[in-house]
Write a protein that binds this ligand. Structure first.
Ligand code: CA
Length: 370
């Protein structure tokens, strides 16, 4: 393209943008005259998709983020693409979303890849690793460091196509009824902690217990469990753990867990290029938005928690260093058992090693002085 042609193209595109911005005066395109002025991307063709989530109705940030995604898709497509969101159990149980999307009974789902580590252990790396990448580093690996491609390669085996669907942000280490002063205080402790973190803690004497979200509070209150992790202040405060456990520990096991918007591959392939681009753009927006919302809500919730009778602690050094050792042996074992795990871990760990040099030089330096 020579310079003259380029300028000509640019001015046409510029004109289209200008036209678009004049039209976007309609914030709610439901009334008839606005409808006539809206851009019709897929002329006359209306596509409807079913998306199921692993979250209950109105679940803050993660669930409401999916609703926001669906609304954006509808607006961006001028109503030609509609994604109907079904929350937990409305269509399928929370953890059946992967299989039902894989077989095409639903078109898409919103959940977290670490839930599927039983299907393929490599998905526990995709979901996030203890002592691993922060949300910003994770997003960078996903979009520019090959993470998303590796994820797509694995999901291809299950007839699925994943897109980024948010991030939980850095999670707290959990709520404990008794203070953890040394390694031996973990011995025999009954704790709700899933994922790789649970596997590591189990090698340190903890008895990891899996409980559905609705049963955790009562179990902690009655002493059926001695401790639980959940997410971070924004969601933990709503669970009410501060009323029954006094010690709130800083995190180590979930440094920015990935959430997904995944599609049945046939449903995805059938979409027009415009609809694919709209979904991708909306997915990137919700991915960023969730991180921002967690940051906002966590700040507010932490302030409230601090005014209640809780003690915020960090685990003793010997607990952290033992957890790192145990994590390495879990990773070695999974690498030797599953080539997918080995491949994803190689990419993840290489990226982390390189990117953390910059994170330490930039963010860590600022955090230490501000
Ligand atoms: Ca968690």
């Amino acid at each position: 393209v020579n310079k003259r042609d380029f300028l000509k193209t640019a001015s046409v595109v510029g004109g289209a943008i200008l036209g678009g911005s004049l039209l976007s005066g309609c914030s709610d395109c439901d009334n008839e005259s606005d409808k006539n002025r809206s851009v019709n991307i897929n002329k006359g063709k209306k596509v409807k998709l079913k998306l199921a989530t692993s979250w209950p109705s109105n679940f803050p940030i993660m669930g409401t983020g999916v609703d926001f995604f669906a609304e954006q898709v509808k607006k961006l497509s001028g109503g030609s693409l509609e994604i109907k969101v079904y929350t937990k159990n409305q269509l399928v149980p929370a953890l059946a979303v992967f299989d039902t999307a894989s077989t095409g009974q639903i078109d898409a789902f919103h959940s977290g890849p670490y839930y599927w580590k039983g299907k393929n252990s490599a998905l526990s790396v995709i979901g996030g690793v203890p002592f691993g990448m922060l949300p910003s580093e994770t997003n960078s690996w996903m979009r520019f460091g090959g993470g998303l491609e590796l994820w797509r390669e694995i999901y291809d085996k299950y007839n699925l196509y994943p897109l980024l669907g948010g991030n939980t942000g850095i999670q707290m280490g959990g709520w404990f009824k008794k203070e953890i002063k040394s390694l031996k205080d973990l011995n025999g402790l009954k704790m709700r902690i899933p994922g790789l973190g649970g596997e590591v803690f189990s090698k340190m004497g903890v008895n990891p217990i899996l409980l559905p979200a609705g049963e955790i509070f009562t179990a902690l209150e009655r002493g059926t469990i001695d401790a639980t992790e959940w997410v971070s202040p924004a969601l933990d405060i709503k669970m009410g753990f501060q009323k029954v456990a006094q010690y709130y520990y800083t995190g180590w096991h979930e440094t920015g867990s990935v959430l997904e918007l995944s599609f049945n591959k046939n449903s995805w392939n059938k979409l027009s290029n415009e609809h694919k681009a709209i979904i991708e753009t909306a997915s990137f927006e919700v991915n960023t938005r969730m991180t921002e919302e967690f940051q906002f809500e966590n700040g507010q919730a932490l302030e409230k928690l601090k005014s209640s009778n809780i003690k915020i602690k960090s685990f003793p050094d010997e607990v952290i260093s033992r957890a790192k050792t145990e994590l390495n042996s879990v990773i070695d074992k999974l690498s030797s058992e599953n080539p997918d795990f080995e491949k994803v871990w190689k990419s993840y760990s290489k990226f982390l090693e390189q990117t953390s040099q910059w994170t330490n030089l930039s963010a860590k330096s600022i955090l230490n002085i501000r």
